[in-house]
Design a protein around this ligand. Structure first.
Ligand SMILES: [Zn+2]
Ligand SMILES: [Zn+2]
Length: 225
């Protein structure tokens, strides 16, 4: 819309940010619980609860399976997926831990398993959090090498140099760039062709689909153009 020319694509990134913060809160809670149980071991599940826990586990497992493919597409779904994975693994721990404790009496298995899961999820969650913050800070997309892109564009015929380069992401699919191009004197027609060529390189090789290019011809006299 004209009021939100970037659409609501950033909303998804903000949702992912909230999601990963919720993830950290959940992890803190699980950590607290695990430490409690480490010092005050207890039977985590009674045999009556077992069917309920198994149904919960199956539900989580199917949600995770359905979301897995989708989760590759967006950072928000990735963090939602991670959340469901935690729930699934937690159910497994509750069930397995409950059974192991029941038959071996080894109470420490449950908190130890929980702590292992926390370490794993914390690593994943932190990676998502970093990516989201990087996007919100208008950081250069992590797979883009600014110096490399500059020399690639400077290799195009007619380009003297590229400077004042900014590249950022709106979300993980939409990338923007803005830069100045110093050119040899050319006709306006040549300049249009060069701009098309630059845009093609940016789209095909770097997946940058919106670019603002400012041409400069310092040594040009007006009679040339
Ligand atoms: Zn600037
Ligand atoms: Zn300039």
């Amino acid at each position: 819309s004209s009021r939100n020319t970037y659409g609501f694509k950033r909303a998804e990134i903000i949702a992912a940010l909230i999601n990963s913060i919720l993830l950290f809160i959940t992890l803190t809670y699980i950590f607290y619980e695990a430490v409690q149980r480490l010092f005050h071991p207890q039977e985590v599940i009674s045999i009556i609860m077992l069917p309920v826990a198994i149904v919960g586990l199956l539900g989580n497992f199917f949600s995770a399976a359905i979301l897995f493919r989708e989760s590759q597409k967006s950072i928000n779904l990735k963090s939602t997926f991670l959340h469901i994975v935690i729930d699934t693994i937690s159910s497994v721990i509750v069930i397995a831990g409950g059974l192991i404790i029941r038959y071996t009496g080894w109470y420490y298995i449950d908190p130890i398993l929980s702590l292992i899961v926390i370490i794993f999820v914390l690593k994943e969650g932190f990676a998502i959090f970093r990516e989201v913050v990087h996007i919100l800070m208008q950081g250069t997309p992590t797979d883009i090498d600014l110096a490399q892109i500059k020399s690639r564009l400077e290799s195009l015929p007619g380009v003297v140099n590229i400077h004042h380069v900014h590249i950022w992401s709106l979300n993980e699919n939409e990338r923007f760039s803005e830069f100045h191009v110093l050119i040899n004197c050319q006709s306006l027609n040549d300049m249009d062709q060069l701009r098309d060529q630059i845009n093609r390189v940016l789209q095909d090789e770097y997946h940058i689909n919106h670019s603002t290019i400012q041409f400069e011809g310092k040594n040009c006299s007006f009679t040339n153009i």
